[in-house]
Write a protein of this length. Structure first.
Length: 374
């Protein structure tokens, strides 16, 4: 499965600079005026995973290392939003339609001072965050009015019998969301009690229920002050522990031009052990509760993306739909145990390779071989 993440925010907050850094090339126009980006720029970025190269070394045959295929995230650089976007201001309609197409949102907030970069509506991270969230909420209220007015929900709300036995529950959820938005509350992750409704809910064309990562874009000189602790986490969450991180988009764009060795050396001088992009990609991947299981052989070492909690047959189906239909069992070993054993043969001899059936939930870092019928 693929993950599509939209980069959003007010104009001139650093969205395109961040996008260029992610792709390690100057793809998006990064200019000092509003709406330098009109049509969204799209780029595919590998999810950093040091396990893949180590697995490739382990399964290499006579010094012939197999190719490595990482999991990927698709990033979309979306035009800047302005106040009134929900009613068509600026590029509002285009902006909102592009957000509807992504699985998750990276909301870039300007937290740097630079007289040479125009402030097009951006004042400070807190007010800028509110502007964007308000516009998304207003757009969703318009969408909800149309959904609730649909004949099936209108009848369900009136207590009439419907062919869809879940119609009344769906109508209740839509009305609850409408009430929350009318009260000015930010929805964030919305919990669905009935599993039968999850697929329907995930397909709703609503913007405020999308998982969101808030990225504070700071100056190069300020980045080390904002980071600290394990894996350079934000020292003090700004919004009560919501998904957020600090990055210097300008620094990351400049680092993209460096060699790997130069990049690591420069980061060390700043007291940072990971690039902001590495942290951003992993966090975006994790935002939707995604994990990677691994396959390893002399022809290819690969990371496959699945939702946390996915059962073995459905994980097999990610490789090929026939694998899910014809699933028999899975041979599973954790990455750490395989590396410790030194080879798959030795791991089997130690009894570390397990046989798992249809009810097994595949874990992050599982190295899996699926057995299927012909």
């Amino acid at each position: 499965m693929s993950l599509k993440v939209g980069i959003v925010g007010l104009p001139n907050v650093g969205k395109s600079t961040l996008f260029n850094a992610l792709l390690k090339k100057r793809v998006a126009l990064s200019a000092n005026y509003p709406f330098a980006t009109v049509e969204p720029n799209v780029g595919v970025v590998a999810v950093p995973d040091e396990r893949l190269n180590k697995l490739a070394d382990l399964v290499a045959e006579v010094s012939k290392k197999p190719p490595v295929v990482p999991a990927v995230v698709e990033f979309v650089d979306i035009a800047g939003l302005v106040k009134g976007a929900s009613t068509g201001a600026g590029l509002g309609n285009q902006f909102l339609s592009h957000i509807r197409e992504v699985d998750a949102i990276i909301h870039v907030l300007r937290d740097f001072q630079d007289e040479n970069v125009v402030r097009a509506g951006a004042e400070n991270p807190d007010s800028d965050k509110l502007v964007v969230e308000t516009e998304l909420g207003l757009a969703d209220l318009q969408t909800l009015e149309k959904l609730i007015a649909a004949p099936s929900f209108a009848k369900a709300s009136a207590g009439k019998q419907e062919m869809d036995p879940l119609a009344s529950q769906k109508a209740e959820i839509l009305n609850q969301i409408k009430e929350e938005l009318n009260q000015g509350r930010n929805l964030g992750k919305y919990q669905i009690a009935d599993d039968r409704l999850q697929d329907w809910f995930d397909r709703l064309p609503l913007l405020t229920i999308k998982p969101t990562l808030y990225v504070l874009n700071v100056s190069e000189s300020a980045i080390s002050e904002h980071l600290g602790g394990e894996k350079n986490a934000v020292t003090s969450p700004r919004w009560n522990g919501q998904n957020e991180m600090v990055i210097s988009a300008k620094l990351e764009e400049e680092l993209a031009d460096y060699s790997e060795e130069e990049r690591l050396e420069y980061l060390r001088t700043l007291g940072i052990d990971q690039t902001g992009l590495e942290r951003l990609i992993v966090k975006a991947y994790d935002l939707l509760g995604l994990i990677s299981f691994l396959t390893a052989g002399p022809k290819e070492v690969r990371a496959w993306t699945i939702k946390r909690g996915t059962k073995a047959p459905q994980a097999a189906g990610v490789i090929h739909s026939d694998f899910e239909k014809n699933f028999i069992r899975a041979q599973v070993i954790s990455y750490d145990k395989l590396i410790e054993a030194g080879s798959y043969t030795e791991a089997k001899a130690k009894g570390w390779v397990r046989t798992e059936g249809k009810d097994y939930e595949v874990k992050d870092g599982d190295v899996v071989e699926f057995l299927v019928s012909n």
